[in-house]
Design a binder for this molecule. Structure first.
Ligand SMILES: *[C@@H]1O[C@H](CO)[C@@H](O)[C@H](O)[C@H]1NC(C)=O
Ligand SMILES: [Cu+2]
Length: 233
């Protein structure tokens, strides 16, 4: 019986895991052409690991670079299973409640950058008091898509874009938070002169941060997502 329960628990957590897989530039679907795709949909749970940058294997680049004009939008897209973009399936299901955030990092060459450079936050959906307001639930309501504007003032050049969802359903014990991230390789054109300062991964998060070690089932619940404030240009 115990084995069966463990099997069931394992099965349900696997079906609930997810991966950031696709990217849109404005209204153009670039699919998976410039993503460093993680090997599977398992989360990272160690905030001190280099895997926190761009997921397992994510310090190594791919050949594709997506080009975006400063001031245009990018849309990162998450789904549970590889290549399954069906809106009928939750992007991140299984009560994987938590914030959704996007970071960028200026790099010399997006195809070779290892993610050790500093990251500034460009988008965030955290929590606003209801289950539906969790970033992950907003993502589910939008078929896994989160759109943000590349600030018009941002300096042109190569960047990594790091999309992240943190699932907090088991975050009341240390190491229980689940980090899902992928990095996209981007070339920003027509930008300004802004070079925002940022944070490092690992380093930006601690296992004991109130946005990472938290019982999200407590009432009333207040929540502050980890990392720096959003930079909007
Ligand atoms: C980025 O875009 C600029 C402007 O179009 C171009 O000169 C440069 O070669 C591009 N770099 C990469 C790595 O795509
Ligand atoms: Cu999961």
């Amino acid at each position: 019986m115990k084995c069966l329960l463990i099997l069931l628990a394992t099965a349900s957590s696997i079906t609930a895991h997810s991966t950031w897989q696709e990217l849109w530039v404005g209204s153009t679907d670039e699919a998976g052409t410039c993503v460093r795709l993680p090997p599977n949909n398992n989360p990272v749970t160690d905030v001190t690991s280099n895997d926190l940058r761009c997921n397992v294997g994510g310090t190594t680049g791919v050949s594709g670079v997506c080009e975006v004009a400063a001031g245009n939008t990018l849309t990162v897209e998450m789904h549970a299973q590889p290549g399954d973009r069906s809106c009928a399936n939750p992007a991140i299901g299984g009560n994987h409640y938590g914030p959704v955030m996007v970071y960028m990092s200026a790099v010399a060459d997006a195809t070779t950058a290892d993610g050790s450079s500093s990251w500034f936050k460009v988008a965030q959906d955290s929590y606003a008091g209801t289950t539906e307001s969790w970033g992950t639930e907003i993502l589910n309501a939008n078929c896994g898509k989160r759109t943000f504007t590349v600030p018009k003032t941002l300096a042109s050049g190569n960047y990594l874009v790091r999309a992240e969802a943190i699932a907090l359903h088991a975050a009341s014990s240390s190491g229980g938070a689940q980090f899902y991230m992928s990095c996209y390789q981007i070339n920003v054109t027509g930008g300004g002169s802004a070079k925002p300062t940022g944070v490092l991964f690992p380093g930006a998060y601690k296992a004991s941060d109130p946005g990472i070690l938290i019982n999200i089932y407590q009432t009333p619940l207040t929540y502050t997502a980890p990392g720096p404030a959003v930079w909007t240009g």
